[in-house]
Design a protein around this ligand. Structure first.
Ligand code: GTP
Ligand code: MG
Length: 466
């Protein structure tokens, strides 16, 4: 892919790298073989400094002027010369005043001076094409930017720094050693075949397989940390859904009254829950209604159930199980689900047996939001369901991306075939075919072996200026 370099670096790209809005500082980033030349056309320094002539990694004070000579902003110019920059190309970063007009003005001046607007993720793409980072590291960058929990940030940073790539690299090199041995045995004449060490080859393959299994197992946990979990509180009107939301948020976010149908809209909030990002959704009580406004709320509630990762179906212990409860259950029974029986401070009209009879194998927790009982048990259960029994600390490496998970699963399947083939004593050349397939799949994670369209898709997720 190195041949792409000239073609890419020749075009100087520019973008505003900070988000729109007002701030103390905003950044305009320029990269490409002629980045310094473009920058010098618009950068003017009272000390007559030319960016083309300054040392790499220096900060230079000056002003930006457009080509007509109009002054636009006072800036600091950070110069990073190839290859000691993120893109490995010559790069200039202008620290401007962080308002839309100065930033837009500097951007337009750079465009006028010969740069073109960068595509989303194009700086990172160049870093990848120029060998500064591999694909898994590039994904680490975007995951770090988008991290929704401190654990998610930690995992993304590890990935950005190449820990996952290193681990995949080690697995690949073990496989390559094995493959070399297998291929050598193909080339030898019958009587000179060096005895493939029977037990050890099988064991080595099994060992790699279990390392792949371990990585695959971590991916559920990883995605939870990266993306968060959407937890929807559902139930008929007046059971205490909004009261629970307020309790979890530790604030009076939603209106609570004893009038059924109080919540009419879907309320969404993020909370950090045992280090996990939890998106918590309070819904309008689902029931048949002729009220036009409430009807829309009920429809929105039903829609949010469709995308939920976890549903807390709330009942009222003082009311027994009603037709409305069963109707809602029908909507959510295939989702990860907890049956929450609220208001246990009131006289009960509902027993554990009755619930188990109607809601089959679902976990049931009795709570009282009013008296704050049963809520720790609820938190523990949510954690257990989300994490599938294992916490992040149980893994050496954590996979966060579906793309990686799928590549690992395909690698594992090919390896399984190789192991079976080996046990059945098939010829070495057939065994080699399966092993090569494993190598290709693992290479997709780091980008050593990956199709152009996948690369396009990954970088398209980036923001402009990154
Ligand atoms: N006794 C008792 N009352 C509760 C408990 N939790 C909530 N309530 C009361 O139940 C009533 C309804 O609570 P909400 O939280 O508004 O119920 P909701 O499910 O959001 O109701 P809708 O928005 O109408 O669907 C309020 O008067 C709450 O104070 C509880 O644990 N025990
Ligand atoms: Mg409510």
């Amino acid at each position: 892919m190195a041949e792409g370099k000239e073609q890419f670096g020749e075009e100087v790209i520019v973008a505003i790298a900070t988000p729109p809005g007002t701030s103390g500082i905003g950044k305009v980033r320029i990269s490409g073989d002629k980045a310094l030349k473009v920058a010098d056309k618009i950068f003017y320094s009272p000390a007559d400094v030319k960016l083309k002539e300054v040392e790499s990694h220096t900060i230079n004070y000056g002003f930006i002027r457009d080509l007509s000579g109009q002054e636009i902003d006072e800036v600091l110019a950070l110069v990073m010369r190839s290859p000691r920059s993120f893109t490995r190309e010559d790069t200039v970063e202008f620290d401007c005043h962080g308002g839309m007009l100065p930033l837009q003005g500097v951007l337009e001046a750079a465009l006028e001076a010969g740069a073109r607007l960068a595509e989303p993720g194009e700086f990172s793409r160049r870093a990848f094409l120029n060998g500064r980072i591999d694909l898994a590291q590039a994904e680490g960058i975007i995951d770090l930017i988008n991290a929704k929990s401190s654990k998610g940030r930690e995992i993304a940073l590890q990935q950005l720094r190449g820990r996952l790539s290193e681990h995949i690299g080690q697995l690949r090199s073990k496989l390559l050693d094995i493959l070399t041995g297998v291929e050598a045995s193909i080339d030898f004449p019958e009587d000179e075949i060096p005895e493939l060490d029977q037990t050890s080859l099988g064991d080595q393959l099994e060992e790699i397989k279990s390392e792949l299994e371990e990585l695959i197992a971590s991916s559920r946990t990883g995605r939870v940390y990266q993306e968060g979990i959407e937890t929807v509180i559902a139930g008929k009107p007046n059971v205490g859904k909004s009261s629970l939301l307020n309790y979890l948020l530790n604030e009076n976010r939603a209106i609570v009254t004893d009038i059924p149908g109080t919540t009419r809209d879907v309320i969404t909030e993020m909370i950090s829950f045992a280090g996990l990002p939890l998106k918590i959704v309070d819904t309008a009580g689902i029931h048949q209604t002729e009220d036009r406004v409430e009807k829309i709320g009920v429809e929105k509630s039903q829609n949010s159930l469709k995308t939920a990762d976890l549903v807390l179906l709330m009942l009222d212990v003082s009311q027994g199980i009603t037709a409305e409860d069963l109707e809602i259950y029908r909507l959510v029974q295939d989702k990860p689900l907890i049956i929450l029986v609220n208001k246990t401070d009131l006289p009960a009209d509902l027993s554990q047996e009755q619930i188990e009879e109607r809601f089959s194998a679902q976990p049931v927790i009795f709570i009282s939001v009013r008296e704050e009982t049963g809520l720790q048990e609820l938190k523990d259960k949510i954690y257990e369901i989300i994490m599938g029994g294992r916490a992040a600390g149980d893994y050496d490496y954590i996979i966060t991306r579906l793309r990686h998970q799928q590549a690992l699963e395909e690698a594992r399947d090919s390896l399984k075939r190789a192991i079976e083939a080996y046990r059945d004593g098939v010829p070495a050349d057939l065994l080699a075919v399966d092993l090569k397939e494993v190598l290709v799949k693992l290479g997709e994670i780091t980008g050593d072996t990956v199709a152009e369209d996948i690369i396009d898709r990954i970088f398209a997720d980036f923001c402009i200026g990154k």
